[in-house]
Design a protein around this ligand. Structure first.
Ligand SMILES: [Zn+2]
Length: 96
C-alpha cells in the first residue's frame, strides 16, 4: 500500500498491521515498537504528518475557523463553501 494513501477521508490505515481506524495513536504505535516519528520515517511519510483521518482533521480546522469568524464578527458564520478561497497569511493569530 502507498503510505500516502493510508490516510483517507474517514480512516487511517496502520501500515504495520493494516488496521483501519480514525486515528493512529502513539499508544497503538508503541504496540508495534514504534514512535510516531519512527513510523513516519519508516514509511516515508513527511515529518509532522498527522495520523488522523483527513475528514476529521479538516472538520477540526473548519470548526476552529468558523469559531474565529464568529468571534470577530459577532455573528453566525455563513455557510460558505468556497474551497478555492485564498489562504490567509494572517492565520498565525496572536493569543493575547
Ligand atoms: Zn497497527
Amino acid at each position: 500500500m502507498d503510505p500516502k494513501k493510508s490516510i483517507k477521508e474517514k480512516s487511517v490505515t496502520c501500515l504495520e498491521c493494516g488496521k483501519s481506524m480514525k486515528l493512529i495513536t502513539s499508544k497503538h504505535l508503541a504496540a508495534h515498537g514504534l514512535t510516531k516519528a519512527e513510523y513516519l520515517t519508516k514509511f516515508g511519510l513527511k515529518k509532522g504528518t498527522s495520523l488522523l483521518a483527513k475528514g476529521l482533521s479538516r472538520a477540526r480546522k473548519e470548526k476552529m475557523k468558523s469559531m474565529e469568524l464568529w468571534k470577530r464578527r459577532g455573528t453566525k458564520p455563513a455557510g460558505e463553501e468556497d474551497a478555492a478561497a485564498p489562504k490567509k497569511k494572517a492565520a498565525k493569530a496572536k493569543r493575547a
